[in-house]
Design a protein around this ligand. Structure first.
Ligand code: GCU
Length: 328
């Protein structure tokens, strides 16, 4: 008789205990590291993605973001993803190129006729065909983010390829980027994104190339006052998840993550367009000069890269498909 109340309370408590264990077991926290500042719109879109995941999964699926190269360069974080030491990262097409050769297509200068053409490729079947290839390298790409066009900026004005002669320009090193610099008479210098400011300031390099939001948010504008709008390449960013992490998620969690990733693409495009305008205006306030350049001499100097790509069966097929997309 004495034990009855105890037994009764156990009877009530056990199912509760079991439920809370289940909830704990189902809670997943994914770690995502990238090299961008927290003010960057890709970080903002990822932040929103984290909030959406948490809310829609009732706290079951969480994303912890480590920005500003805390876990290393994109090359390092991609390798960590491959080695199951990290769940997710952000990487640009150039940073993914050593792992999936088709991403080289985005280093081809003046490939897209305009932003609409670029977006049709990025978010359409061609983009999907390229990103699907990453599965063989141990990761899956679940979102694509626009990153405008990359142009040169330096301590002195660059109006034409002749002005680039002998200049040391920081690049994300890929065979195509390196060759582009050489064709333009410049020397490509591979420096991590976070070290470019000091490198320009100390005269280790003469300039770099990037989109306007990155030029402003990194404060490179303070040390390189001339931004030449040659708009050579459109190199997108991607959200990457390890195959091993993806496989551990339940089908419901996978659907939730995919939906939140797609929503983040839409938000990022909206934020991006606003950010380009804002960054340009803010840079001008800090004394930057934006130079309109005649793109033809740049196109002419870089034309041999098209011949190189034509010799590669995969890249030439992609080039043709992208050209066909232009006419649509
Ligand atoms: C851009 C791009 C990044 C890239 C960086 C760089 O900001 O969005 O993904 O890492 O350029 O040049 O290193």
């Amino acid at each position: 008789m004495k034990f009855k109340p105890l037994l009764a309370s156990l009877y009530v408590a056990l199912p509760l205990l079991a439920t809370s264990v289940e909830v704990l077991a189902a809670r997943v926290t994914l770690k995502l590291a990238h090299n961008l500042d927290q003010s960057h719109v890709v970080h903002q879109a990822l932040d929103q993605l984290a909030k959406d995941l948490k809310e829609k999964s009732n706290g079951e699926l969480n994303l912890r973001i480590y920005p500003s190269s805390q876990m290393g360069s994109p090359r390092e974080t991609i390798e960590m993803v491959q080695n199951k030491a990290l769940d997710m990262t952000k990487a640009s097409a150039s940073e993914l190129e050593p792992f999936v050769s088709e991403f080289a297509i985005f280093s081809l200068p003046y490939l897209f006729s305009d932003e609409e053409h670029f977006k049709r490729v990025l978010f359409g079947p061609i983009g999907e065909q390229i990103t699907a290839k990453s599965q063989d390298s141990g990761f899956k790409i679940i979102a694509s983010y626009v990153a405008g066009t990359r142009s040169f900026y330096a301590k002195k004005p660059i109006h034409s390829p002749a002005d680039l002669k002998g200049m040391k320009i920081r690049v994300v090193p890929t065979p195509t980027t390196n060759k582009s610099m050489e064709l333009l008479g410049a020397s490509p210098v591979p420096i991590p994104f976070g070290e470019v400011y000091t490198a320009i300031q100390q005269g280790v390099i003469d300039g770099a190339e990037n989109n306007i939001p990155s030029y402003y948010q990194t404060r490179h504008v303070e040390v390189a006052k001339f931004y030449s709008q040659d708009e050579r390449v459109s190199v997108p960013d991607y959200l990457v998840i390890a195959n091993s992490t993806w496989d551990k998620l339940s089908p419901e969690q996978q659907t939730l993550l995919m939906q939140a990733a797609k929503d983040s693409e839409i938000l990022q495009q909206k934020l991006w367009d606003e950010e380009v305008i804002r960054s340009k205006a803010e840079s001008e306030k800090l004394g930057a000069t934006f130079i309109e350049v005649d793109k033809q001499p740049f196109r002419n100097a870089l034309a041999p890269i098209y011949d190189d790509f034509a010799k590669d069966p995969n890249l030439s097929t992609l080039m043709e498909a992208i050209k066909t997309e232009e006419a649509k």
